[in-house]
Structures are given as structure tokens and as C-alpha cells.
Design a binder for this molecule. Structure first.
Ligand SMILES: [Zn+2]
Ligand SMILES: [Zn+2]
Ligand SMILES: [Zn+2]
Length: 351
């Protein structure tokens, strides 16, 4: 059983993932993938090679765990947290420990052996977004969980593993992740002070200045953040205030799919198919009375967004030791390059 342990000095929770137990020799280098469609468990026709599916988009009413799907969600075969069991928070001397309970799901984003989501159709990407919202809605019914992180690893350097089949992951955790908590606190402070949403104000200013805006559609904005930590770091926001990604309308889902496709295509164009990660930051679960009270202005103060980082630099000693980041590419310059790339690669007229 995996275990969550808290660092008593910094307060950070760490997952000791026993399912992934590695010996010293397992850490020797990262080989480039050498995979084929024949041995890919995520391709259509190979459904029996994954654990039974949790969710599937099956427009023609095909049976679960059989071909005929557009998107499938299956449990991870190497879960970092386990779905069974109770949290059993306890102390071990001065340490805080929790049983590693959670959910770890893999969202298979295309039935074909496609590596990059940029190569999927807009319609297909919309199916992926729909599946993610449905899984978030379902996972938040479990009172043991406080958050679900939807994220993507693309490329070996970004942690994608040895199989090049486009997929993302959902991990539901029994504690709100530190990064999300810090953002929630920042948003709340601003709201208490000004009675407005920080990110709504930020978007208004960025859209006036435009020097960091990469892409704007009817409902979404993509920009390089003012204090970008990494070169070509990107954030995507809905223009209209919303704290919960899972309440996205069908029209907005389609538009978001177009924006994502355009963005990922542009990124590949100018950075030669870089490895990347993106993560969704959305409101945490508020099912318990106490939590609903704790986050009582969240509907107004928090604004969901997607953060994307191409993995072009490595975190080194200074970053690790200080929490500072050194970014060699000014975000204004990154935005200019990206703007040109996404404009050339037109996907739809109105974006
Ligand atoms: Zn495949
Ligand atoms: Zn807002
Ligand atoms: Zn964020």
C-alpha cells in the first residue's frame, strides 16, 4: 500500500509509491521508446491488455472493453495511489502519515496509435475534454477525495514512459495539492481585499497590453505568464469567470478543443516537437460542510486554468535549493514566437 508522508518542516506531502518500487539499477538513464502498434495496450483491438474500463465514449453503443470507442478511461496498472481502503490518518512519533488512498486513471485519447494530441481531430480532442469533465464529476462524489489533478506527460523527458500512444492521467488525492492550495490562498487574499477575481483582473490587463497574449478565441485566452518560470510556459484561461472546469458547456468544449489543437500544433512547429506537460487547476471538491465553509467564496474568487510547460530546461541546484526559477526566454518574446506559429497554423476561422 502506498503511503503519504508529511515533511514536518515544509509541510509538503510526499507519496511513497510502493507499487513502483525501483532498485538502484532501474534509474540508469532514459532510453528512447522503441514501441510498435502491435504491442501497444492502448490501441483499439487490444482492450483486454488493460484493466477493465471505467468509462468509454462509445457513440455506436459498442460494448465496454471491446473495439468501437473514441476515448477510454482505465485504471493505471502502476497506480501511485490505491482506490481501496480508508485514509487512516495517524502519527508516527513526530511524523504525519496517511494511507495512500486515491484514484489513478489513464485516459486513452485516441483509438489509433497517435503519439501527439496535436495530430488528433478537433472532434476527437473534444471527446477527450468531455471524458475528463465526466471523470472529475464522478470522482468528486467520493468523500475520501479532495482534489483530482488531470495532467498530461508528452515525451520521455516529460515522464510519458515507453509507449507513444496519446493519453493523459487523472489522480484523485485525499489532500488538496500544495500548489493548488497556494493558488487558492492567493486568489482568496486578493478577493478579500478587492472583492474581485484576481485572474479576471489579470486577463483584462493582459488583453489590453497584448504583449504576452498568444491566442484569443471567443471564450478562451492563452498567454505566457508575466513571471513565467520556464521558457515558453503557457497558461490557458476561460474569459468568462468560472471556478470549475467540469462545468464546461458543450459549445465551450468544442472551442477549447480547437484552441488546444492550434496551440499544440504551434508548439511543435517552433520548438521541434518538444516534450511537454500540462496540468489542470480547478476548484477542489467541497462535499463536506466544513470544506464548503472554508472555501465559501471560491465560486467568485478562483478561476480555473490549464498550465502548459514545454520541457526545455532542467531544474538545477539553485532552483531546487531556493524555489527561484531562472528563465532564459522573456515571456514577451516567447509569446511573439508562439503567436506567429499559431496564426500560421489556422485550424478554424473564428479562433
Ligand atoms: Zn497504441
Ligand atoms: Zn475570474
Ligand atoms: Zn495554476
Amino acid at each position: 500500500m502506498p503511503e503519504l508522508r508529511r515533511d514536518p518542516l515544509g509541510g509538503r506531502w510526499v507519496i511513497i509509491a510502493t507499487e513502483r518500487a525501483k532498485r538502484p539499477s532501474d534509474f540508469a538513464g532514459t532510453a528512447e521508446p522503441n514501441d510498435t502498434q502491435e504491442d501497444c495496450p492502448f490501441c483499439e483491438g487490444h482492450e483486454s491488455e488493460t484493466p477493465p474500463e471505467i468509462f468509454g465514449v462509445r457513440p455506436n453503443g459498442s460494448k465496454a472493453n471491446a473495439p468501437g470507442w473514441r476515448v477510454r478511461v482505465v485504471p493505471s496498472i502502476k497506480p501511485i495511489l490505491r482506490i481501496e481502503g480508508e485514509l487512516s490518518r495517524r502519527g508516527k512519533g513526530i511524523y504525519d502519515v496517511m494511507q495512500g488512498v486515491g484514484a489513478h486513471e489513464v485516459l486513452v485519447e485516441d483509438p489509433q496509435h497517435v503519439a501527439n494530441l496535436a495530430d488528433c481531430s478537433t472532434d476527437q480532442i473534444a471527446c477527450v475534454l468531455k471524458a475528463a469533465t465526466q471523470r472529475i464529476q464522478d470522482l468528486r462524489r467520493d468523500p475520501r477525495f479532495r482534489y483530482v489533478l488531470w495532467f498530461k506527460n508528452y515525451g520521455v523527458v516529460a515522464g510519458a514512459g515507453q509507449i507513444r500512444h496519446t493519453r493523459s492521467q487523472l489522480i484523485a488525492t485525499p489532500v488538496t495539492p500544495k500548489r493548488v492550495k497556494e493558488e487558492l490562498a492567493g486568489a482568496l487574499r486578493y478577493f478579500q481585499d478587492k472583492d474581485r477575481c484576481l485572474l479576471c483582473d489579470l486577463l483584462r490587463q493582459e488583453l489590453e497590453l497584448r504583449d504576452r497574449v498568444v491566442l484569443e478565441s471567443n471564450a478562451f485566452v492563452v498567454l505566457c505568464p508575466f513571471a513565467s518560470r520556464f521558457p515558453f510556459e503557457l497558461s490557458l484561461f476561460p474569459k468568462r469567470h468560472a471556478c470549475d472546469f467540469a462545468s464546461l458547456s458543450p459549445e465551450a468544449t468544442l472551442e477549447l478543443a480547437e484552441v488546444l489543437k492550434r496551440l499544440l500544433t504551434g508548439l511543435r512547429e517552433i520548438l521541434a516537437d518538444p516534450p511537454y506537460n500540462y496540468v489542470l487547476h480547478t476548484a477542489p471538491f467541497r462535499h463536506q460542510q466544513a470544506r464548503a465553509m472554508h472555501w465559501k467564496s471560491i465560486e467568485e474568487d478562483y478561476h480555473w486554468h490549464l498550465e502548459l510547460i514545454p520541457r526545455l530546461t532542467r531544474v538545477a541546484g539553485f532552483e531546487w535549493g531556493s524555489g527561484f526559477y531562472i528563465n532564459p526566454t522573456p515571456p514577451e518574446e516567447a509569446a511573439r514566437h508562439l503567436r506567429e506559429a499559431v496564426q500560421v497554423k489556422g485550424v478554424v476561422g473564428h479562433v
